[in-house]
Design a protein around this ligand. Structure first.
Ligand code: AMP
Length: 284
C-alpha cells in the first residue's frame, strides 16, 4: 500500500493510474478503523481497479471541540488493517495540508432543509464541514465511485446533494451498516465506551428494533415517546428518535403513518456516563 501525506504526491500517483485506465474507488474516513470501514474497502475493491482510502479527522465538521479532541486515533492499527484488506493507497494529510489558509469556510453549500433537520439541527455547521472536506477530497482523488456507509444515512444524502451541487458524475455507493454480534452499530466512538457503557449503548439498537417490529401496529408518536423515555431512563440525553422517509429528490420527510416508503427509524443520543454521542438507523 502506498501512503501519501501530501496532495501533490497523491495527485501524481492517481494521474498515472487514471492514464493506465484504472477505475478509482474512494473511501473517505476519519480513521480508528473497524469492520464497518473495512466493508467499504471490500466493496470498493470489488467495484474498482484501485482503492484509495483517506484518514483525516476533519476539524471543520466538529461542532463540539471536546468531541474533536477526544476522537480516537489509531494510525498504526489502521495501516495494518488497510494493508490486510488490500487497499492500494492511503492518503493521510495534516490539517495544514488540507486547510493551508485556515479553517474558515470559503463557500457555503445549499443543502436545503437536509441541513436543518436531525443531525443538521443537533450539530450546527457539521454538514458544511463535511461538504467542505469531501469536496476537496473529491477534487484531489477524482474517483469513479465513492463508498459510504448507511450508518451515516443523512451524511449520504448530503453527499448525494453535494455531488449535484458541484455537478459531479462520481457514483455514490451506499454500503450496509456493519454491526457487532449483539446489534450495536460499529463506530469509532465505541472505543471510548467502558464495559458498562458499551452494554448500555445497545439500547439505541433495541429502540430501533422495537420500532421495526411495532411500527405497523402502533402510532408513530407513541412509539417515539416510548423510545425516548426508555433511553432517558437508561442514562441517555436524546437528540432525536424519528421515523423518516426519503423522497426521490433526496430530501427527508417525517410521515405519520406506515403508508409512506421507504421508511427508516433514526436515533441520536449521548450516553451520559461516557459523554459519547451515538447515532444509528434501521430501514423498516
Ligand atoms: P467515519 O470514519 O466515522 O467518518 O466513517 C467513514 C465511513 O465509514 C462513512 O462513510 C461511514 O458511514 C462509514 N461507516 C462508519 N461506521 C460504519 C458501519 N458500522 N458500517 C458501515 N459503514 C460505516
Amino acid at each position: 500500500m502506498y501512503l501519501f501525506k501530501r496532495k501533490e504526491e497523491l495527485e501524481r500517483h492517481l494521474t498515472t493510474a487514471r492514464h493506465a485506465g484504472k477505475r478509482i474507488g474512494f473511501v473517505p474516513t476519519m480513521g480508528a478503523l473497524h469492520r464497518g470501514h473495512i466493508s467499504l474497502i471490500n466493496a470498493a475493491k470489488e467495484n474498482s481497479d484501485l482503492v484509495v482510502c483517506s484518514i483525516f479527522v476533519n476539524p471543520t465538521q466538529f461542532n463540539d471541540p471536546k468531541d474533536f479532541e477526544k476522537y480516537p486515533v489509531t494510525i498504526d492499527q489502521d495501516v495494518l488493517q488497510l494493508t490486510e484488506a488490500g487497499c492500494d493507497v492511503l492518503f493521510l494529510p495534516s490539517v495544514q495540508e488540507m486547510y493551508p489558509d485556515g479553517l474558515t469556510a470559503k463557500m457555503q453549500y445549499d443543502f436545503g432543509t437536509l441541513e436543518t433537520v436531525l443531525e443538521g439541527a443537533a450539530r450546527p455547521g457539521h454538514f458544511q464541514g463535511v461538504g467542505q472536506i469531501v469536496h476537496q477530497l473529491l477534487n484531489l482523488v477524482q474517483p469513479d465511485k465513492l463508498f459510504m456507509g448507511q450508518k451515516d444515512l443523512q451524511q449520504c444524502l448530503i453527499i448525494n446533494r453535494l455531488l449535484k451541487i458541484i455537478d459531479s458524475h462520481v457514483e455514490l455507493v451506499i454500503c450496509p451498516t456493519q454491526r457487532e454480534n449483539d446489534g450495536l452499530a460499529m463506530s469509532s466512538r465505541n472505543m471510548r465506551l467502558n464495559t458498562t457503557e458499551r452494554v448500555n449503548a445497545l439500547r439505541l439498537y433495541q429502540a430501533l428494533s422495537y420500532i421495526k417490529h411495532h411500527y405497523k401496529k402502533e402510532g408513530f408518536k407513541e412509539m417515539k415517546e416510548k423510545a425516548i423515555n426508555e433511553l432517558k431512563t437508561s442514562g441517555f440525553e436524546v437528540d432525536y428518535v424519528e421515523l423518516i422517509s426519503i423522497l426521490e429528490d433526496g430530501s427527508v420527510i417525517f410521515p405519520e403513518t406506515a403508508a409512506t416508503t421507504p421508511l427508516y427509524a433514526v436515533v441520536a443520543a449521548k450516553e451520559v456516563g461516557s459523554g459519547v454521542r451515538l447515532i444509528d438507523n434501521i430501514m423498516l
